[in-house]
Design a protein around this ligand. Structure first.
Ligand code: ARG
Ligand code: ZN
Length: 875
């Protein structure tokens, strides 16, 4: 039952116009659809019949050109409606019934709290009406919504509002028309008792756009940051990509039950409320950041996704990779570029590299899938963004802008492929990207092994580079990639040296040089060097690869202190800490050199530096990331080593940390979300974190005070976490007090669950078990499930992977409970158990038992089936 890219066929029919009429009721909604269909002149084969997608629909009527069909004139099965012998051009009317309040999968039309909303990507529209539910069928929609006026005063859909009126029996009607052809996955409707904050944006060419953010009434005071973010994003897209908004109104709706982050429906973006709602006292800096980038991401989709969409779901990265690249660049421009790059690479290494190394590894453009919802992955999104970034860097800013202009012009209104995108890059720049295309087709993380040697007599530094990409499922052998390398060489004084390659005609400037690796192995010879340089490799992370280079600790300390590239200063620190931690895992008695603490102190006290960057530099690699560096994961050893080193830092540098904590106190103007202030809070809370690893009365006092007096959620949450992990009556009291204060703010309650789920305390699993029966816990709210079950299994390695298998059993039980309700969320949770091969035999067996137990369940969803069966497949 897998679907393959190579089997793609154009649709046999096209739909030009769609008229939808909804009679909305949570328990029983009627959907009437009128489609104008015609045979696709470009279709290649077929028997002339029309097969429409449809799932969980109760069919009431089918008419062709006004003539009702009898039951013998069509064929119904659970996934489709087939009509034999249809005219070349005709109008099809269907009427179906659906049941939003019973829809727990949150795909199609469903109920969230008191409102009705939709989620159609990827294949949810077929749960609303019979349709050609595939992205290469683009149609113009008119949507009429009828509902009870008291219960659902606000009725929204895509495009512009063209009619509104009152009906009998307290009902009312709204009619929306979307002038742009779109695929069905971009359809949306909303009905609810909502309030909006409104603003206005004038586009570069002078079009006035009404901006509206709709929320439930009690959330109206948490929309300002989202609105500011939206306006920034709209301006940025004009300036950086020449993209203007194209409708008279742009609407965002915040929904509390949502499977993913947000959805870019044309003119009507629907959001997980986590990515809209923020007030300084309810949301952390990380939340403010997330809102800014997700609002931008969905807005940017209007061009990269909506105006130009995907031919089929194998092309998902065409819109997602490019749009993530765009939102990353936006965040870098409006915030701090260096810190943004570090955060993005941290995420890529933690999730995408892990995915590439496991049984679900797939190319940026997958070859096949069983359930497309399983492929909204770090590979398609984050690695896809890196693949666009590499092309932007290979072309340079001017040619890249010409290439994206060409893409928007050439493909506007079309459903296209990643191949079409690359061809625009080539056509606009004249570059040959034929080898580069392998980044879309081959899975796996390339490993670059580099070696440097210096010949003092000749003044030559030779850098040899070998690339190797490990096998992934279905791809035993890989061909070499085209890899951009950004390299610098540091002299004794820490300054960048001029990089002259043998054979260069002109004298080069000092700084970074981009080399291009194409062969499996290549050597670069730098000439004119009077002493051994320290190489700074892969500056700014120019490609999604792993680097092996045999740095001495002293070289890493040198890079950490001097590299002109901020990213590589951070990376040198990470490599150093990772090395030290892995040595401590192998041998708990391995000493920690004074030089380490000295370097740490020196960085900590660097008053000039960017504080957000500093906080990144001084954060140890996570337990999960350390695990990825080991052939056989030592769960407890990693935890012991990392916790031990944090304790040592807190003890040895107590005075300096206290000084940093005090020096970075707020200056009294209240919470502001600026890069400087975010950095200040980050370094201050990091100092408190280290201090609290070996707490005394003074540090405990500071923590208590910050918890009680903090005027923003960033500081309060940091203190709460430290108190809760510290434990005892005090920890319990802090948790209790926090809950009482915030029990009516659902997103804050999520944080309260998450703090407990991620706690390294030995009784974490018992606590998580207890929280399952907390009145606020519900399997029906994805944010709540993620905050308890997701956080425990992803962000609490030491307790989730406990050797007695309790964590695995707990997770499998939840997955089996969830699968019948919400397969997408169940399948996501399963992903933390599929890389069982990296663990010892005991844990391997325990995880496999749970995977088998899951596979044995009756009526498993495709979503969970695909992940569990691939996890158990022998290679
Ligand atoms: N297109 C949305 C976004 O990235 C995500 C939709 C995810 N859909 C899904 N079925 N997982 O902005
Ligand atoms: Zn997206």
């Amino acid at each position: 039952h897998a679907i393959h890219l190579k089997d793609y066929q154009p649709p046999e029919f096209l739909i030009d116009r769609v008229e939808l009429h909804f009679d909305l009721d949570p328990d029983r909604t009627s959907v009437e659809s009128r489609l104008e269909l015609r045979r696709n002149p470009a279709a290649t084969r077929g028997d002339g019949s029309l097969r429409l997608h449809g799932e969980q629909l109760e069919l009431e009527t089918v008419e062709i050109d006004g003539n009702p069909l009898t039951g013998s004139e069509y064929v119904l099965d659970p996934e489709s409606l087939t009509l034999h012998r249809v005219p070349d051009r005709f109008s099809l009317l269907t009427r179906v019934r659906i049941h939003p309040s019973l829809n727990t999968a949150l795909e199609g039309l469903y109920q969230s709290g008191d409102m009705l909303c939709t989620q159609c990507e990827a294949e949810g529209f077929r749960r609303i009406t019979y349709f050609l539910d595939r992205p290469d069928v683009m149609a113009r929609y008119t949507t009429t919504l009828v509902a009870d006026r008291a219960r659902f005063p606000v009725l929204l859909s895509n495009g512009n509002l063209i009619e509104e009126c009152r009906l009998e029996d307290g009902r009312h009607l709204a009619r929306w028309e979307d002038p742009f052809p779109k695929p069905s996955y971009l359809f949306a409707l909303i009905a609810g008792d909502l309030r909006a904050i409104e603003d206005r944006f004038t586009t570069a060419s002078g079009r006035a756009v009404d901006l509206k953010i709709f929320v439930e009434p009690h959330n109206l005071d948490k929309c300002d940051h989202a609105m500011r973010s939206l306006k920034k994003a709209m301006r940025w897209d004009e300036e950086r990509f020449g993209r203007e908004y194209d409708l008279d109104v742009f609407m965002i709706v915040a929904v509390s039950h949502f499977n993913m982050g947000a959805m870019e429906n044309k003119g009507l973006n629907v959001f997980n409320d986590k990515y809209v709602l923020a007030r300084p006292d309810t949301a952390t800096d990380a939340d403010f950041d997330g809102i800014e980038s997700v609002i931008a991401h969905e807005y940017f989709h209007n061009w990269t996704g909506n105006r130009i969409t995907c031919r089929d779901w194998f092309q998902l990265s065409l819109k997602e990779g490019f749009t993530v690249y765009r939102d990353q660049e936006f965040s870098a421009d409006v915030g701090s570029r260096g810190v943004k790059r570090i955060a993005d690479v941290r995420l890529l290494r933690a999730h995408q590299f892990a995915e590439d190394a496991g049984p679900m590894a797939h190319p940026v453009r997958p070859d096949s899938y069983i359930e497309i919802n399983n492929f909204y992955t770090a590979t398609v999104y984050q690695k896809g963004a890196e693949v666009v970034r590499m092309q932007a860097n290979l072309l340079g800013p001017d040619a890249f802008r010409q290439a994206t202009d060409l893409y928007f012009e050439r493909h506007d209104g079309q459903a296209v492929t990643t191949e079409d995108f690359v061809r625009c890059m080539e056509d606009a720049s004249g570059r040959d990207l034929s080898q580069f295309r392998r980044w879309y087709a081959q899975a796996g993380t390339p490993e670059l092994t580099m070696q440097g040697d210096y010949d003092p007599a000749a003044g030559v530094y030779r850098l040899s580079v070998r690339q190797f990409t490990p096998p992934t499922p279905g791809q035993p052998e890989k061909r070499p990639f085209h890899v951009p390398l950004a390299i610098g060489l540091l002299g004794d004084d820490g300054e960048d040296l001029p990089l002259r390659l043998e054979g260069d005609s002109q004298a080069p400037a000092a700084g970074t040089r981009v080399l291009e690796l194409k062969a499996e192995e290549e050597t670069f010879r730098f000439v004119g060097l009077d002493s051994r340089p320290v190489p700074s490799l892969l500056r700014g992370f120019p490609a999604p690869v792993k680097l092996r280079f045999d740095y001495g600790d002293r070289d890493l300390l040198f890079l950490m202190a001097h590299d002109s590239d901020g990213f590589n200063r951070w990376d040198a620190a990470q490599t150093l800490m990772q090395r030290l931690l892995l040595a401590l895992v192998r041998d708990p008695d391995h000493g920690v050199l004074d030089a380490f603490f000295d370097a740490f102190r020196e960085a900590l006290l660097d008053a000039e530096g960017d504080r957000a960057l500093l906080a990144e530099v001084l954060t140890l690699p996570s337990e999960g990331y350390l695990a990825d560096q080991m052939d056989l994961v030592d769960v407890d050893g990693i935890h012991r080593a990392r916790a031990g080193l944090e304790r040592a830092i807190g003890g040895r540098l107590r005075a300096d940390l206290l000084a940093v904590y005090r020096a970075n106190a707020a200056e009294g103007c209240g919470y502001v979300f600026t890069p400087e202030e975010v950095g200040r809070r980050a370094i201050r809370n990091l100092a408190l974190h280290y201090l609290m690893q070996s707490p005394d009365d003074e540090t405990l006092g500071l923590c208590r005070e910050q918890f009680a007096a903090g005027d923003n959620m960033t500081d309060v949450m940091a203190a709460l976490r430290l108190l809760a992990d510290h434990g005892g009556a005090e920890g319990a009291e802090a948790l209790e007090c926090f809950y009482r204060r915030w029990s009516r703010e659902s997103l804050v309650v999520d944080k309260w669950f998450a703090v407990q789920a991620s706690s390294p305390r030995e009784d974490a699993l018992e606590q998580v078990q207890r929280l399952l029966s907390h009145p606020d816990f519900s399997l029906r709210n994805p944010n709540r499930v993620r905050s308890l079950v997701g956080v425990f299994s992803v962000a609490n390695q030491v307790r989730f992977h406990a050797a007695d298998g309790g964590g695995y059993r707990f997770l499998a039980d939840r997955i089996l409970e969830l699968d019948p309700l919400n397969p997408q969320i169940a399948s996501r949770l399963l992903k933390s158990m599929i890389r069982w091969r990296r663990f010892d035999r005991t844990r391997q067996a325990l995880m496999c038992d749970e995977l088998r137990r899951i596979l044995d369940a009756e009526e498993l969803s495709k979503d969970v089936y695909e992940v569990a069966s691939k996890a158990l497949e022998s290679d």
